[in-house]
Design a protein around this ligand. Structure first.
Ligand code: AMP
Ligand code: MG
Length: 327
């Protein structure tokens, strides 16, 4: 069985093809980069609409298959930016009708955990999902993935992006801030905002901008910010591991590309006798392959929908979706 997956929750338009062994046959991606400021949902959606025809053709070429070899079309149903989600869903519906293949809705957050599970071979890991719009600690329980903790305001990636733009850079901020932080030498105290299993970043954002205005060099701001934000994420991940007794943690989301975060979570996990796995970077960021893979799991359980019912759900929560393949 082969499934084609369409991802378009935010800045990234991506098309993936996977087979039932979770082999990634194609994963072609194009990211919308605003000339200035953050993501404008309409502009991002226009980018996706323009790019998708080529991305689909390219994915089939890369996978060395024709439409005949595709058994189902999966798409990101939510959560995400409405206009962006609709762009991807429209492409998925069109392919489903044209190729006469079933349509499978996929929750984007669940896709991050499923691709990490497939690649790592870990049966029941905890997920630290750290991306632009989302920051959650997720674990499976009673038929669904449960959110054990999350950000109370903005996602950690949005926080890094906003900060970087304030400091004079352009989107995306995370990778640039990571490079800058490597040159940092002095750690400055910043607000550390952990509330039980939840985290918050807006106070940290304000304080980091202040720090820079006071004349602290950008690399030192970057170093201090990464240290503080990733310590917060590592702390809540450790608390979840301690209480739930999971033997493993996997990372997902664009911020999981960060070497410092990977090292901190790995060190913490190994200190507790647990393992840590992070997918390759192309499968940590938003990507069509993870949507295709989760679609494949869902279609095996008959989770297809008619085109008329395939509305996008910008605010869909991780725990609203049943995951029968985990039973
Ligand atoms: P996603 O929404 O999962 O595609 O992730 C996008 C987010 O990941 C953006 O906010 C980026 O700034 C962030 N990001 C990407 N690479 C890195 C990195 N190396 N370190 C920190 N953040 C990153
Ligand atoms: Mg994501």
């Amino acid at each position: 069985m082969r499934v084609l997956g369409i991802e378009s929750t935010a800045h990234t338009a991506s098309v993936g093809v996977v087979d039932e062994t979770a082999a990634v046959l194609a994963n072609v991606t194009d990211m919308y980069r605003p000339a200035r400021g953050g993501i404008h949902p309409r502009e991002a959606a226009n980018h996706h609409v323009e790019l998708f025809p080529d991305l689909v053709a390219n994915a089939l070429r890369t996978a060395r298959v024709g439409p005949d070899a595709i058994d189902a079309i999966a798409f990101s149903q939510g959560p995400g930016l409405g206009p962006c989600l609709r762009a991807g869903a429209t492409v998925a519906r069109t392919l489903s009708l044209e190729w006469e293949r079933p349509l499978v809705p996929v929750n984007h957050c669940i896709a991050h955990i499923e691709i990490a599970r497939a690649l790592s071979g870990l049966g029941d890991p905890l997920l630290l999902y750290a991306s632009g719009g989302n920051t959650q600690i997720v674990a499976y329980g009673h038929g669904r993935y449960r959110v054990l903790g999350e950000t109370l305001d903005i996602g950690v990636g949005n926080f890094l992006d906003k900060l970087w733009i304030e400091l004079g850079g352009s989107f995306p901020g995370g990778p640039a801030l990571e490079a800058d932080a490597r040159q940092g030498t002095t750690l400055h105290p910043l607000p550390y905002s952990v509330h039980g299993m939840d985290v918050a970043f807006s106070g940290l954002l304000t304080a980091a901008i202040q720090l820079h205005r006071q004349g602290v060099p950008r690399p030192d701001v970057a170093l201090s910010v990464e240290t503080t934000a990733y310590s917060m994420l590592t702390e809540v991940t450790e608390r979840a591991l301690a209480h739930r007794g999971h033997g493993s943690v996997v990372l997902g989301g664009g911020v999981a590309c960060n070497e410092r975060l990977r090292t901190m979570v790995r060190t913490m996990a190994e200190g507790r006798g647990a393992t840590m796995f992070a997918p390759p970077r192309s499968l940590c960021v938003d990507n069509g392959a993870m949507i295709a893979w989760t679609g494949l799991l869902a279609v095996r359980h008959g989770r297809t929908i008619p085109v008329e019912e395939s509305v996008v759900l910008p605010r869909q929560r991780t725990d609203q979706v049943e995951v029968p393949w985990r039973n």
